[in-house]
Design a protein around this ligand. Structure first.
Ligand SMILES: O=P(O)(O)OC[C@H]1O[C@@H](O)[C@H](O)[C@@H]1O
Length: 460
């Protein structure tokens, strides 16, 4: 029984709150969570937290925005009720993939587009249904874009902002017989290289603004008489997305403003996200759980197994497990250049390493749509793997993820219950769930008594 501690559970994951409280030997505090008919969140803490250390359990899956708002209100309620210290326990940190720029495979927001629009798939065009694109929407501003239908249909505010950023359409297109030699920072491949070389790949507003004014300077000099050539055809460049919100900073600020004194989380997608806070953030590792699963549940893992990272970003995490278990390692490289490979599904993935006749064990921090792990599994089987496991810390499994897994080459998907998996496990026999309640309970206990958290990172 721990003293002077209150554990409050948000509505995202009651099972985990219960598991944590069981380990700590205290009941969860009474809290009323609901909604007013207008949809606003209602929180009422039904017991005293005065002078107590409060731990609020709320995870980032499911109705993530509602859960986050509920968390902020609960933190604030604890503070105004004179709690001594408030710790937000976020097994999956919400918005953690938006710590810098919006996530996706190529670094631009995944957007729905209508048939016939740039980026709309052929299938979408044929079926008349909207498709999805990894292109930035709205597109990177470029000369003349204000006249395009896409922008005309966009919000007025965005339109105005983009309009301010645009170069003179007539200059860029050589109307009036004047065309700049280097017309824009956000145009052709050539120009994109030019911009990157001069900006150390920074996307910040300042550097972007600077690049733009450099360009305008160069245009002016062109006007003053140097020989001018027709610019290359303009294609919008990926990468410059000044108008896209960087929600990670906002989320960190909101938590701090609401009154959070401490954050406990697990396997942050980007560990550097901790640096967005000026309060302590304990980022627990899920890999110990995954490692133990391999040791105790995967037959002949040492002789037959190979750890695979589905992308370069997860290589460090995967090699840590491979090294600890003395296992070989393979990497799937996502090739973004066009190739002649006829199998379009796998055209952008290449395997580095040998999985032939082996049990391939994919390791990743999270599976959301499960596109990554299902595509990786297909490739691994094609390369001769006998069995494919996917071991991921956070099973977000949104949208059609469960159907995708069921239909995939994956033999087993192992996730922790950092997000509630009750329904997913019921729907998918391939899914196995590891308990994280004990890990979080021990972290909470250690934080509460001022004991070392790092020992939690070292256990086998
Ligand atoms: O392909 P889905 O499951 O949607 O997304 C999961 C991938 O996206 C990345 O951020 C994760 O690290 C993982 O590799």
């Amino acid at each position: 029984m721990v003293r002077n501690m209150v554990v409050l559970g948000g509505s995202s994951h009651p099972h985990l709150t219960e598991a944590i409280c069981n380990h700590l030997g205290i009941p969860p505090a009474k809290i009323l969570l609901g909604k007013f008919s207008v949809g606003e969140t209602r929180v009422e803490i039904q017991e005293s937290v005065r002078g107590k250390d409060v731990y609020i359990i709320q995870s980032g899956g499911g109705k993530v925005n509602d859960h986050f708002m509920e968390l902020l209100i609960t933190i604030s309620a604890c503070k105004t009720a004179s709690a001594k210290k408030v710790t937000a326990v976020l097994p999956l940190f919400p918005y953690s993939r938006q710590s810098d720029i919006p996530y996706n495979k190529v670094g631009a927001p995944l957007a729905r587009v209508g048939p016939g629009q740039p980026g709309g798939s052929a299938a979408a065009a044929a079926g008349g249904k909207p498709g999805y694109t990894f292109d930035s929407r709205p597109q990177t501003p470029y000369p003349g874009q204000a006249e395009s239908a896409g922008l005309a249909n966009g919000s007025d505010m965005l339109h105005r902002q983009l309009g301010r950023l645009q170069l003179d359409h007539r200059h860029a297109n050589g109307v009036n017989g004047i065309a700049p030699t280097r017309q824009s920072t956000c145009g052709s491949e050539d120009n994109s290289n030019f911009a990157n070389n001069n900006s150390s790949s920074s996307n910040s507003a300042n550097s972007s603004t600077k690049r733009r004014s450099d360009t305008q300077d160069s245009e002016t000099s062109n006007h003053s008489g140097s020989p001018l050539t027709k610019p290359p055809n303009f294609t919008p460049q990926r990468g410059y997305r000044q108008w896209v919100a960087q929600a990670g900073t906002l989320v960190a600020d909101l938590l701090t403003c609401a009154g959070t004194d401490h954050v406990i989380t697990m396997d942050l997608h980007d560990p550097q996200y901790q640096g967005f806070f000026d309060i302590p953030v304990d980022n627990l590792y899920g890999r110990h759980l995954l490692r133990r699963y391999i040791q105790y549940k995967i037959p002949n893992f040492r002789e037959k197994g190979v750890i695979v990272s589905p992308d370069a970003g997860g290589a460090k995490r995967a090699t840590a497990i491979a090294d600890a278990l003395g296992m070989p390692f393979a990497l799937i490289h996502k090739e973004r250049r066009p190739t002649q490979i006829s199998d379009r599904q796998n055209a952008t993935m290449m395997l580095v390493g040998d999985v032939s006749e082996r049990t391939a064990i994919l390791v990743d921090d999270l599976a959301d749509t499960s596109n990554t792990i299902t595509r990786a599994a297909k490739l691994l089987k094609k390369e001769g793997a006998q069995l494919v496991y996917a071991l991921v810390t956070h099973g977000v499994l949104s949208g059609d993820a469960i159907e995708r897994i069921k239909a995939s080459a994956l033999d087993k998907v192992v996730v922790t219950n950092s997000i509630d998996q009750t329904e997913n496990a019921r729907r998918c026999a391939k899914l196995e769930v590891l308990e994280v309640g004990n890990v979080f309970a021990e972290a909470i206990r250690r934080v509460h008594y001022g004991e070392s958290i790092s020992v939690l990172f070292n256990y086998d």
